[in-house]
Design a protein around this ligand. Structure first.
Ligand code: RIB
Ligand code: CA
Length: 300
């Protein structure tokens, strides 16, 4: 029995691979898009593009928030390019966007208990919660870290892009699993990984290889990484096989007012605050099993 999920994302190279993995291994009932890596128009077009090339034709795609709850939009064109999915030469998408808004589609899907996987800024998920959308049995998100950030010294992009939304999510009282940079920085798309994907030899594998090659080039240029971390599919993998991560119940607060620390996930690793745990925070990843899952989805 595969888990019924909604994937909220901001494609983005790693989000695109997360869509593929979720569609191949979970009961993916909806894709909702949010502004993040690029504008909402571009992240929505990119979701349609990835679904077209992957033959994902039965999952509705609905656009959500085009800006954060309480700040100016933050994008990551320096990583994902002008289109948000630079690298491959995508054909015109044949998968259309659903006429419903992300909130309407989520409300319809959430007539039954469903897991929400979030791999972008949490604006849509916060909006679902603020509108009393029920039946979210848990939220598994890519975001934050127990330590350093990436787009700010102490803040990871998805949280930094909408700290108010993240605060609403982490205060929701719902079961949350946080897959932060601690584990996603271990999911490195190394040259052997890229070779395994290229050797599959299908058009889809070629597109995934081109996506990861572009992602590798921009990560090397911007962050000095030898190989790029494939962040978002880690959250999907954690739903497919919860044992692929190790995680600890910890208290996580979102910094909203710090001059230099806004957007930080303040994780009480040593339980010194006395604050109740409100999330399962991933601290370990079975990297080999992760890549077997991810590459298996490309092959499928
Ligand atoms: O910090 C990494 C996260 O920010 C990933 O979700 C990536 O797609 C970007 O959205
Ligand atoms: Ca993302």
């Amino acid at each position: 029995m595969t888990t019924r999920v909604i994937l909220d994302c901001d494609p983005g190279h790693d989000d695109a691979l997360a869509i593929l993995l979720a569609a191949r291994r979970l009961d993916l009932r909806a894709i909702t898009t949010v502004a993040g890596n690029q504008t909402l128009a571009r992240t929505t077009l990119n979701a349609r593009r990835m679904c077209t090339v992957a033959g994902i034709t039965d999952v509705p795609i609905a656009a959500g928030a085009d800006q954060p709850l309480a700040q100016d939009p933050l994008h990551a064109g320096e990583i994902h390019g002008e289109s948000g999915l630079d690298g491959p030469d995508f054909p015109p998408p044949t998968v259309d966007a659903d006429p419903r808004t992300a909130l309407q589609l989520a409300s319809d899907v959430l007539r039954e208990p469903t897991t929400v996987i979030a791999t972008g800024p949490l604006t849509n998920v916060a909006t679902f919660l603020q509108n009393g959308v029920g039946n979210i049995d848990r939220i598994v998100l890519m975001g934050g870290s127990t330590g350093r950030g990436n787009m700010a010294p102490l803040a990871e992009f998805n949280i930094l892009a909408d700290p108010e939304a993240a605060d609403i999510v982490f205060r929701s009282g719902l079961p949350i699993t946080m897959c932060g940079l601690d584990v996603t920085h271990r999911a490195l798309a190394t040259p052997p990984v890229l070779r395994r994907i290229q050797q599959i030899g299908t058009p889809l594998a070629g597109i995934c290889h081109d996506l990861l090659t572009y992602f590798a080039d921009s990560y090397r240029a911007y962050f000095g990484f030898e190989s790029p971390p494939l962040h978002d599919p880690v959250a999907v993998a954690a739903v497919i096989d919860p044992t692929i991560i190790s995680a600890r119940p910890l208290n996580v607060e979102i910094e909203l007012t710090g001059t230099h620390t806004r957007g930080a996930t303040v994780v009480d690793l040593d339980r010194v605050t006395g604050r109740k745990p409100n999330a399962l925070v991933a601290t370990g990843l079975d990297v080999d099993r992760f890549w077997d899952l991810m590459i298996g989805a490309v092959e499928q």
